[in-house]
Design a protein. Structure first.
Length: 251
């Protein structure tokens, strides 16, 4: 049972890393890719320590009389911003001295690798605690969500790679802010849905699912555009969006 749970926890992240890596025009060295995956996993520990330290002060309701505020602060700042900041820092520190990172698409490859390193180690803890059902649910939700956040971060840094001055700085700031907002919305909707009444909770879960679909579409369109600019094959996850768009054009 333990090997099966370990495979379920680790498998989704490795599959998604391979999916992005295989679409690079000049595939990055496996050893270098694994360095980013490990760095993403390692940064989980300081992030988890800070989240643990902030949990009680934030969720106890620091601002009295505003019940929703602690949940919003916890989701967007104490979880999303902290986690994305951890990924962002290790990505930028490693990338600064990485001679293999020499084209825009590489930023997406390595940003996703960092994000999925983080997500995979996090997933191990959740799956071993929650069991098979938790592993299955997270394989199609939390792990892909981290990959999408990494895609947005990498895409912004890829744009910064080709820009200079204030324009490049703006993209680097958005590389942290944008995935943090998506991540925070993802967590916040789940938190509120868990505490809401059944009818309201169902509506919030639908909104949460739609949020993931919209983020996936946004990521697919951005990556597809970058792939076309670099003459790189479009990732298979983009095919459903392409098929829908073709049907719309034919109609």
């Amino acid at each position: 049972m333990v090997p099966a749970l370990a495979a379920l926890a680790v498998g989704p992240g490795l599959i998604l890393v391979h999916l992005v890596w295989s679409r690079d025009r000049w595939r990055e060295p496996i050893g270098n890719l694994l360095v980013y995956v490990v760095l993403g996993a390692v940064c989980l520990f300081p992030v988890a320590f800070l989240e643990s330290a902030l949990r009680a002060p934030v969720l106890s309701g620091v601002v009295e009389g505003v019940e929703a505020l602690p949940t919003v602060v916890w989701a967007f700042l104490a979880i999303a911003l902290l986690e994305e900041s951890g990924k962002y820092v290790v990505l930028r520190l490693r990338a600064a001295r990485d001679r293999h990172l020499d084209e825009p698409f590489d930023w997406i490859v390595y940003a996703v690798a960092v994000s999925l390193g983080f997500a995979t180690l996090e997933n191990l803890f959740y799956v071993f605690e929650g069991g098979l059902s938790v592993g299955v649910i997270r394989a199609v939700s939390a792990v892909p969500s981290h990959a999408l956040d990494g895609t947005l971060m990498g895409w912004r840094l890829a744009r910064a790679h080709r820009l200079r001055g204030p324009a490049a700085l703006r993209e680097r700031v958005l590389a942290l802010v944008e995935p943090s907002l998506w991540h925070g919305a993802y967590d916040w909707l789940l938190m509120v849905a868990a505490e809401a009444q059944e009818s309201t909770g169902t509506g919030l879960l639908v909104a949460w699912f739609l949020l993931m679909v919209v983020q996936w579409i946004v990521c697919v369109r951005r990556v597809r555009k970058l792939c076309r600019e670099q003459h790189v094959p479009t990732p298979p996850v983009a095919l459903p969006v392409e098929l829908v768009e073709r049907l719309i054009h034919r109609a």
